[in-house]
Design a protein around this ligand. Structure first.
Ligand SMILES: Cc1cc2nc3c(=O)[nH]c(=O)nc-3n(C[C@H](O)[C@H](O)[C@H](O)COP(=O)(O)OP(=O)(O)OC[C@H]3O[C@@H](n4cnc5c(N)ncnc54)[C@H](O)[C@@H]3O)c2cc1C
Length: 499
């Protein structure tokens, strides 16, 4: 039984297993837990299931999406029909359009405080447009991640977007955010973004990949372990050929050009550590959207707030530590998907199934060979597409790093060198980097690197600095009214703790 302060009110939900997120990991976890006999509550910030990977047009407009442009759509359709069946049978309570802004643990389980994702707009499904409290003895967190960004001169101009933002725009709206695109960064994710733009009618002037295909050579065994990825690659190659999209390796955007909006980009070739090769500069004119993708940042606010142990993954991301059943260091708390390491949707589904089954106390799924192969593939991908160690050399002192608070690379370097502010939290206090609207979600990684940067080789910051920048008392913006409504239970919680 939960303590009084954690009991849901009239609008609350009690469940055996709570799941946060309805992307590949969350959907799989919910289905597995429900099919193992648990009463499940699923909270998702999105208005319909799918998460980032299976994001699709509103089902109110396209009730039966055909999955065009999606991979693994058959898996989605299977999970979705099992999800809908469990909902119809009353085993899953689905709460779309709500984001969890705070998670608390107590002896017997977890409490999730939620708030509408878009205030005042009721979600399309039968979710609630008012805050709900979810209480459950076991919790599976599958909040996914978002694009990792590196600053570059001019990236604060309108028209500079995250590569995932461009893709989400196309998948969610069946429309393009511009006409002529350059996509830059590193990793296989640049391929579906460029392919999606071209297939939707946009012109991709170039895809600039900072790494090189030869970086895969030491990892061919790991790559061969997931043959489906090579097939995906071949599919993108054929789309690139059909639309004549140039794919330039060891190339980066050194500056985004324009006054009030992006009009072009300056690019250059780089060496194996990311140093610009003199004399290789080139300018692309007539660009109205430039998309950057440097891998993904797992959303660690909720696991961190519950005290889950973390580690640095091969791509320099902070991720949660889990056992073979996806249980974190906190009893009853399971993690699946990007929060255990960025590894793609197939791995997220496998982890979700394992986590949901274990959380429902179903028959434990043994860690499968397929899961192991996907993990190996993910590690190889991170090694073949690293953040170039010399990326800090691309910045000028007046390059904006924190776009919300307009904090420059020069101001951060001054705070580091003159005030000894070396971790993300100290830099935040001294410079306001990460103190704005996005709360460091966009600039956190770069700020942590710059703070610790010795010379220019500090590509990956430490666990402590990343945790410092990812730890937020509120995981999502929340109305003051919802905070004040907590006054009573908060006191009760304190009492409970003291006792
Ligand atoms: C923008 C974007 C585009 C991508 N496109 C591709 C692609 O084309 N190909 C590819 O191979 N990989 C892609 N990826 C990576 C891929 O999405 C992941 O590997 C996979 O989706 C991970 O599944 P997940 O369930 O862990 O997370 P997600 O699919 O990200 O799902 C997480 C869900 O949790 C919800 N959520 C997060 N925080 C909260 C909260 N506090 N409260 C309530 N709900 C919350 C989110 O709204 C989301 O619905 C993309 C990632 C991003 C960020």
């Amino acid at each position: 039984m939960s303590p009084a302060g954690n009991r849901p009110g009239n609008d609350g939900v009690n469940a055996d297993v709570a799941v946060v997120g309805a992307g590949p990991a969350g959907l799989a976890a919910a289905v597995a837990a429900a099919e193992a006999g648990a009463a499940v509550a699923v909270v998702d910030a999105g208005s319909q299931p799918g998460g980032q990977f299976w994001r699709h047009r509103p089902e109110t407009i396209v009730p039966e999406p055909d999955g065009r442009g999606h991979h693994g759509w058959r898996t989605y359709v299977d999970l979705r029909s099992r999800f809908d069946a469990a909902r119809a049978a009353g085993r899953i309570t689905y709460l779309p359009g709500l984001q969890v802004w705070m998670a608390q643990n107590y002896d017997g389980g977890f409490t999730l405080r939620t708030t509408p994702t878009v205030a005042g707009v009721p979600p399309r499904d039968n979710g609630s447009s008012v805050a709900r409290t979810v209480v459950a003895p076991r919790l599976v967190l599958c909040p996914g991640g978002y694009d990792r960004q590196l600053p570059v001169p001019g990236w604060e101009l309108p028209g500079a977007m995250a590569a995932g933002g461009i893709q989400a725009f196309i998948k969610g709206n069946a429309a393009l955010p511009g006409k002529r695109f350059v996509i830059a960064g590193t990793g296989p994710f640049l391929l579906p973004v460029a392919a999606g733009v071209a297939e939707a009618g946009g012109q991709v002037l170039a895809v600039l990949e900072s790494s090189s295909g030869s970086a895969w050579l030491p990892h061919l065994r790991a790559a061969a372990g997931v043959p489906g990825k090579a097939l995906e690659g071949a599919e993108y190659a054929s789309i690139f050929a059909r639309h004549r999209i140039p794919y330039r390796q060891r190339s980066i955007v050194t500056e985004v050009l324009g006054t009030n909006h992006v009009t072009g980009v300056r690019t250059a070739k780089v060496d194996s550590v990311g140093r610009v090769r003199p004399g290789t500069e080139r300018i692309y004119q007539g660009v109205d959207v430039v998309g950057f993708g440097w891998g993904f940042t797992p959303q660690m606010e909720l696991p961190l707030s519950l005290g889950a142990e973390t580690r640095l993954d091969a791509d320099g991301s902070l991720v949660g530590v889990v056992d073979e059943h996806q249980q974190s260091s906190v009893r009853g708390l399971y993690l699946a998907g990007e929060v255990t390491g960025v590894g793609g949707a197939s791995l997220a589904v496998l982890e979700g199934l394992a986590a949901g089954t274990a959380a429902a106390r179903g028959r434990a799924l043994s860690s499968s060979k397929t899961m192991w192969r996907h993990r190996k593939f993910a590690q190889a991908m991170h090694k073949a597409h690293p953040i170039p160690p010399s990326w800090q050399e691309w910045l000028t002192p007046d390059t904006a790093v924190c776009r919300c608070e307009e904090v420059t690379a020069g101001q951060i370097a001054d705070a580091r060198d003159l005030l000894d502010a070396r971790d993300a939290r100290s830099l935040k206090s001294f410079t306001r980097a990460g103190m704005g609207w996005c709360q460091g979600r966009v600039c956190g990684f770069a700020t942590a690197c710059l703070g610790e940067g010795t010379g220019n080789q500090g590509a990956a910051p430490s666990v402590g600095s990343l945790a410092g920048s990812a730890k937020r008392p509120l995981a999502a913006p929340v109305a003051i009214g919802e905070l004040t409504a907590l006054a009573e239970p908060a006191e009760t919680n304190l009492q409970t703790k003291k006792n």
